[in-house]
Design a protein around this ligand. Structure first.
Ligand code: AMP
Length: 271
């Protein structure tokens, strides 16, 4: 695996490659990332993974500081997976140039995480836009665990007519149902148990809501989640993944979206 900390060197290495499969990450790699990389490898192109904890997408300094970082372990994982390239950019390398495409923020950015994390999606799109300009990947592998992020990147790519295809990858979960996340590394045993109970609760209310749509009682469900040990809920929402709105009719398909805190750790999921 070749490691690059500088876009000039990276570009001179991959510039003549016809196709790159790109997997952007913030590191502290887990089974979700590994599944994305394994999917990317099936596409038979060279695989490039980036690890960069992007300060622009954190709305709280403390959250950015405390975000888990584990480069030694990450390198081991990536080498084992036989990833071709790893890009470890610095802030300067990424942000000190003017990209040719403008960030397009679709109105779906105004709800869910966008409502509670000011500038988060602007920061995400800023960094992805720059990565795409440096790398020109043929394929971009993104996880459905971050459905809102994936959708907004898709809209940005479409609007700017960028020649990169997004491959959506399913959410990988721990054996107890909790979605794999780098933030899980900073949960203690008790908090992991609460996360498991939250997952089971969401499965249960989804099943009931499917039977009788009008039974989705936001305030009651939130109260129940607090009783389970959740410290704070940013949102609990039902969204039709096609219309990107709360469904109006019983027959519409939907997913439950949640962002909640266990102590100071913020977790998101969609089920
Ligand atoms: P992150 O390192 O959290 O920025 O995530 C990097 C990529 O991995 C994003 O496309 C995420 O959606 C994806 N990802 C994170 N967690 C999971 C998961 N549990 N299952 C599948 N993909 C995931």
């Amino acid at each position: 695996m070749k490691i690059f900390k500088n876009k000039k060197q990276l570009k001179s290495e991959i510039g003549n490659k016809k196709s790159i499969s790109f997997v952007p990450t913030m590191g502290s790699l887990h089974k979700g990332h590994i599944s994305l990389i394994k999917t990317a490898k099936k596409y038979k192109y060279q695989t490039l993974v980036s690890i960069y904890v992007n300060p622009k997408q954190f709305n709280k300094k403390d959250d950015y500081k405390k975000y888990p970082r584990n480069l030694v372990k990450d390198l081991k994982i990536l080498r084992k997976l036989k990833v071709d390239y790893l890009y470890l950019p610095t802030y300067r390398d990424l942000f000190k140039f003017k990209p040719s495409n403008r960030i397009y923020l679709h109105k779906f950015s105004k709800i869910l995480c966008g409502k509670y994390r000011k500038y988060h999606f602007k920061g995400v799109l800023d960094v992805i836009n720059r990565f795409l300009e440096i790398i020109h990947p043929k394929y971009l592998f993104l996880g459905l665990k971050d459905f809102q992020q994936l959708t907004l990147i898709k809209k940005h790519i479409l609007k700017n007519k960028i020649n990169t295809k997004i491959i959506s990858c399913k959410t990988i979960r721990e054996s107890n149902g909790v979605a794999c996340s780098s933030r899980n590394f900073i949960l203690n045993k008790k908090q992991m148990e609460i996360a498991k109970n939250v997952y089971n609760y969401l499965i249960k209310i989804k099943k009931n809501t499917k039977k009788k749509f009008k039974l989705f009682n936001f305030s009651l469900f939130k109260k129940d989640l607090i009783k389970l040990g959740v410290n704070k809920i940013d949102y609990l929402e039902i969204i039709n993944q096609k219309s990107l709105r709360r469904p109006k009719k019983s027959k519409e398909s939907f997913s439950i979206f949640i962002a909640y805190y266990l102590n100071k750790v913020r977790l998101i999921d969609n089920i």
